[in-house]
Design a protein around this ligand. Structure first.
Ligand code: CU
Ligand code: CU
Length: 373
């Protein structure tokens, strides 16, 4: 049973005007208006009780997003949807494709030149569901990047979508107003960074409202290996994310900003397809060390990572090889975070890996690790 809310807080939640005052006086009043600034320029809002109930701040509480002059609203609807107006797509021609979780090898080059495009692409996330995604390089998640600590990454994003987009690498330390700025369709942004720490990091579009841009598919993983390699292992990348879709059965299904605000997803997935690794498991051999780089794109839920029938030999909470804890059953990866999990596959069998927050596991954050003799 859940504890009842303290009277003052429940009162604030029930009374829009008090709640607004609460939000203005809290840290949220700094963070949230920037993320929602888009709406103020493209839409006409009435301060309705319904909007406030859904978690929207009224226009009077919003400020422009100082980090970008190119940010704008989302495609359609009063609060945003990833639907492309007038676009007709024969979804029967869009195949289902398993997202390969294998960590790609390191390049021999110490400078990586990456030129990606932001594109609107319908993606089949299950046999029944095609989503109208906003993507990096046409997939959700975007490609896995693998670099060494101290490598140089020269990154360019060209926007081939229909609204502004941007790129925020959590592996970078850089002035976000410059590097992570939004670019309008047809234009590009270029910046260079050197990851200072090893680990599993998120990248995502940082254009306002960030909730919508992450929620519609613009995220992925950048894995930074330490200068001294970790013990040899079979290495896999799992990016957890939630899907909040417009009600109804239209295909492709648009992402819904209002549904994102409810925090009740339709699906939760590892690597963009709910339960894809139940249908096609991740396979290793008995005796392998298995390393999972678990990155949580969110936009909101936590990932309580657990492998049924196994225990983690090591979990690196921060930059590996430091910050290691041993003999771990479950560890939470926060939205916007990444951690490295290792186990010794010394027992043969079929081991479900799950978000042990089982409501999320049941919605698709589940797969099988098969250990063969
Ligand atoms: Cu974007
Ligand atoms: Cu971020």
């Amino acid at each position: 049973m859940s504890e009842p809310l303290p009277p003052r807080l429940s009162e604030l939640l029930e009374q829009p005007r008090d709640r607004r005052a609460f939000l203005r006086s809290s840290a949220l009043s700094f963070a949230v208006p920037a993320a929602l600034a888009a709406c103020t320029r493209t839409e006409t809002h009435n301060e309705t009780a319904e909007q406030t109930k859904q978690g929207q701040l009224p226009p009077s509480a919003r400020t422009p997003n100082a980090s970008s002059s190119a940010d704008t609203g989302v495609h359609a609807g009063p609060h945003g949807s990833s639907a492309v107006p007038g676009q007709r797509i024969d979804v029967s021609k869009i195949p289902f494709r398993r997202y390969d979780p294998t960590l790609p090898p390191l390049s021999k080059e110490r400078t990586l030149r990456i030129h990606w495009e932001a594109r609107d692409v319908p993606i089949r996330i299950s046999p029944e569901v095609v989503v109208a995604a906003w993507t990096f390089e046409g997939d959700v998640p975007g490609p896995i990047v693998h670099v060494r600590q101290g490598d140089t990454i020269e990154f360019t994003l060209t926007n081939r979508g229909s609204i502004p987009h941007s790129m925020d690498f959590h592996a970078a330390q850089i002035d976000p107003k410059v590097a992570f700025r939004s670019v309008i369709p047809g234009e590009s942004v270029t910046y260079t960074f050197k990851p200072r720490y090893a680990g599993a990091f998120l990248y995502h579009c940082g254009t306002a409202p960030v909730l919508m841009h992450i929620g519609a598919g613009m995220y992925g993983a950048i894995i930074v290996s330490p200068p001294t390699p970790l013990p040899p292992a079979r290495e896999f990348v799992l990016v957890q994310s939630e899907f909040y879709l417009e009600p109804g059965n239209q295909q492709p299904s648009a992402f819904s900003y209002d549904e994102m605000l409810t925090l009740v997803p339709n699906y939760v997935a590892f690597n963009g397809r709910p339960a894809q690794y139940l249908a096609e498991p991740i396979r290793v051999k008995k005796g392998d060390r298995v390393r999972f780089y678990v990155v949580n794109a969110g936009p909101t839920a936590t990932c309580d990572f657990h492998v049924v029938g196994e225990q983690f030999d090591t979990v690196y909470l921060g930059a590996p090889p430091g910050n290691a804890i041993h003999g771990v059953q479950t560890f939470s990866v926060p939205a916007g975070g990444g951690m490295v999990f290792e186990l010794m596959a010394d027992v043969a069998g079929e081991f479900p890996f799950v978000n042990h927050g089982f409501g999320h596991g049941q919605k698709g954050a589940i797969g099988h690790l098969v250990v063969v003799e």
